[in-house]
Design a protein around this ligand. Sequence first.
Ligand code: 13P
Length: 252
Amino acid sequence: MRVPMIAGNWKMNTTVSEAVELVTKMRHELDGIDNVDKVICPPFVSLAAVGELIKGSSIKLGAQNIYFEEKGAYTGEISPLMLAELCEFVIIGHSERRQYFNETGEIINKKIRAALKVGLKPILCIGERLEENEAGKTEEVVTEQLRSSLAGIDYSSGLIIAYEPIWAIGTGKAATGEQANETIGLIRHNIAKLYGNRIAQDVRILYGGSVTAANATEFISQPEIDGGLVGGASLKADQFLSIVRQTSEIRR
Ligand code: 13P
């Protein structure tokens, strides 16, 4: 049985003091929910402070990006070694990074290697654009993204995948549970081709894109969907708690 995961991607939101305030509101209740992996991904500058707050709890911490070199003259970048001291997970290949920071499959591949090398667990994001979806190219696009991101990389049990259709991110227009389930099934099928069926059954694949407390159940109750990567709703304590609570109840 795959343990469900709800991860909050705070993106470029919250100052350090706001991050502390938000986690303080959620930490007690989140800690008490034991059948769901709860991951918070605040901005880099808040990782240390949030890490202190959740120390000793069952809440886990993730970063939103990584650079692929371990150290050196790369002004402004954050290395895998720095992150490995602070957190357990790292989001890699988010569509916003592909779109605004020109991250290619090759760069994402290097970042995944770099993360795995220091024991960080990558949350690899893939997903198609609206035009691609409308042209019936979803399967082709996510298959190619998986192939390039994971090319030459041995399977690691830390790997998590998030299917985030770009047209559903921040738009309030989520996919339907059935649509997301179908694409995630295809992704799992592709993981089986890459790494074999047993591994494909172990890999957790999350859905992301306008997940809220109002629609979470629709996704979590699908057999292929192992949880959510939540953006906007993860910045509201009551919404995030409700999504985690619903997941816990459905999977109990
Ligand atoms: P929203 O939940 O705000 O649509 O963002 C999804 C996302 O990009 C999570 O990584």
